[in-house]
Design a protein around this ligand. Structure first.
Ligand code: URP
Ligand code: ZN
Ligand code: ZN
Length: 527
């Protein structure tokens, strides 16, 4: 690809780049859509399903049992449930029956770095369902400087949803209006988390003053503060250093924002959250440096959640040095995928409970869009895929390898996310009364990942060629069988917006800690 491009005239190159910046639907026309059907109907016999004799896995317990579903709800979980002929029966003997995955971190149809992510709420969610994820939480960016306009625009984007979803909200500036809107988002719109970018200087980056204001506001609302932790000023210096050295390709991305910048920002955010005494959620933990800051804070009793993502857990940076631009550029995301060794350390931290749940940061740009940064890595749209691959890769990397149990797997892919964002046990559990978002995973079957067969709209896949054990054979979303026998059957508009109430479990005890702090001051001194 690189050598091809060198032969192109500047005019053709310019036209290519313009089309890249607009492109939202020109990739992967075959598999992304042919296997996805709009049918407008409930696809299983009037919503009554019996999953027979599987090993039902919850984060707290595992047992061989049947699971009976009616009208989108799990009605019964016990052995030997008898049903009539009008019920669809799924034989799960020898297989695991688990809550559908919840992905805490995705960016569908997001305007970012001069482009729009290629997967929208239809294709991205269809891909998720094919991979066993039944809910995701997306990040709403403000629109025209207001949170309300941003929220309204994402509600429109999500009209074609094929599975349930929730929203985090991004805060990029501070004034009284934003502060009031945060309250509105929490009290009326079902948002209980706000994200602050400590990088991307000149676009969404915030400074420490804003972060402190945001942390205090989050605390008062019972909303969780989330951070993208990289030192944004340091990134700019690192980028300039690479450009001055003549390093303009994708490897410059990794070299310009090393782990030390992620570790510094993670430590800073943790200390500011400690100063405010409010919980903190660190998104996409990519390095040992950041993970160790989280470990230290948690050991000292601070409420800090660390979210590694599939790319950081299963890939290393060597691919950014590939001599083919298209191949190297597809791995550009921030913070960068790190040197080999960080991946294993993050896996071990996840197994040890130092990190709590796994996201994807699914933020997919196709190879034409990635061309925007040909000749200048700073312009390559940042982001990789993962929403379809997460459940398989985590099973293979963590359970099949013996690092964690099936119950741990449910905890890190579903339950913990539901608990943190305060929607448990409606989501994240196979319990009577929970939503019927369920997967059947066959531990003896294998998966193979390829852009040829995946359901994302992108023409590339960062896990191309990966194989492993453990295959999601059935996905049930909202009581409908949407993935079975390698066939997707989804209905645009069937996904529901899940409101997430404030004051989740991370806020328990915050008042008492504040009271202890006030009592410890011994001030003001009466004079
Ligand atoms: O490279 C990434 N991570 N793209 C998505 C935006 C973000 O920082 O989460
Ligand atoms: Zn981020
Ligand atoms: Zn992200």
């Amino acid at each position: 690809m690189a050598s091809c491009l060198l032969l192109l005239s500047p005019l053709i190159l310019l036209l290519l780049l313009i089309s890249a910046s607009r492109s939202t639907s020109d990739s992967n026309p075959t598999n992304g859509f042919c296997s996805v059907e709009y049918d407008g109907e409930l696809s299983s016999s009037s919503g009554r399903i019996l999953i027979k004799q599987g090993t039902v896995v919850n984060a707290h317990h595992m047992e061989v049992a049947d699971v009976y579903i009616e009208d989108g709800i799990i009605v019964s979980v016990r052995p030997n449930i008898a049903v009539g002929d009008d019920v669809k029966v799924i034989d799960a003997a020898g297989k695991y029956v688990m809550p559908g995955g919840i992905d805490p971190h995705a960016h569908l149809e997001m305007d970012f770095m001069g482009s729009v992510t290629i997967d929208d709420f239809y294709t991205g969610q269809a891909a998720a369902l094919a991979g066993g994820t039944t809910m995701h939480i997306d990040f709403v960016n403000p629109s025209n400087g207001t949170l309300s306009a941003g929220f309204a625009s994402y509600k429109v984007k999500a009209e074609k949803s094929v599975m349930d979803y929730g929203f985090h909200m991004v805060i990029t500036k501070w004034d009284d209006a934003i502060s009031e809107e945060m309250e509105l988002m929490v009290k009326e719109n079902g948002i209980n988390s706000f994200k602050f970018f400590m990088a991307y200087k000149g676009s969404v980056m915030i400074n420490d003053e804003l972060l402190l204001q945001g942390l205090e506001k989050c605390k008062s609302l019972g909303a969780l503060a989330m951070v993208h932790a990289e030192n944004g000023d340091g990134v700019v210096v690192g980028q300039r250093r690479m450009i001055d050295l003549g390093i303009t390709g994708p490897e410059g991305h990794a070299l310009s924002r090393p782990p030390v910048l992620e570790g510094e920002a993670t430590a800073r955010a943790i200390r500011l959250a400690s100063f405010v005494n409010t919980p903190l959620y660190v998104v996409h933990v990519m390095s040992i440096d950041a993970m160790e800051e989280i470990a230290k804070a948690r050991q000292s009793g601070q409420r800090v959640i660390g979210e590694p993502v599939v790319s950081g857990l299963t890939l290393d940076e060597s691919r950014l040095w590939n001599s083919d631009f298209t191949t190297a550029a597809k791995y550009v995301m921030s913070p960068p995928i790190r040197k080999a060794g960080h991946d294993i350390a993050l896996q071990n931290a996840l197994a040890a409970g130092i990190l709590q749940l796994v996201g994807t940061d699914h933020c997919t740009f196709n190879s034409t869009q990635k061309l925007l940064g040909y000749g200048d890595f700073r312009k390559i749209p940042n982001g990789v895929n993962g929403i379809e691959e997460r459940m398989h890769l985590i099973w293979d990397t963590m359970v099949e390898s013996g690092k964690i149990t099936a119950s741990d797997y449910v905890r890190i892919t579903s339950t913990e996310c539901a608990k943190i964002f305060n929607i448990y046990p409606r989501k994240g559990a196979i319990l009577e009364g929970s939503d019927a978002d369920v997967i059947v995973l066959n531990p003896n079957a294998s998966f193979r990942i390829s852009a040829i067969s995946h359901h994302s709209r992108s023409d590339t896949n960062v896990y191309e060629g990966r194989t492993g054990k453990g295959k999601v054979e059935v996905t049930i979303s909202g009581g409908r069988v949407v993935w079975e026998d390698e066939n997707l059957k989804v209905t645009a508009g069937s996904g529901k917006y899940i409101k997430m109430p404030p004051f989740g479990y991370l806020f328990n005890g915050i008042d008492q800690a504040d009271a202890r702090y006030l009592a410890s001051l011994n001030a003001p001194v009466l004079r």
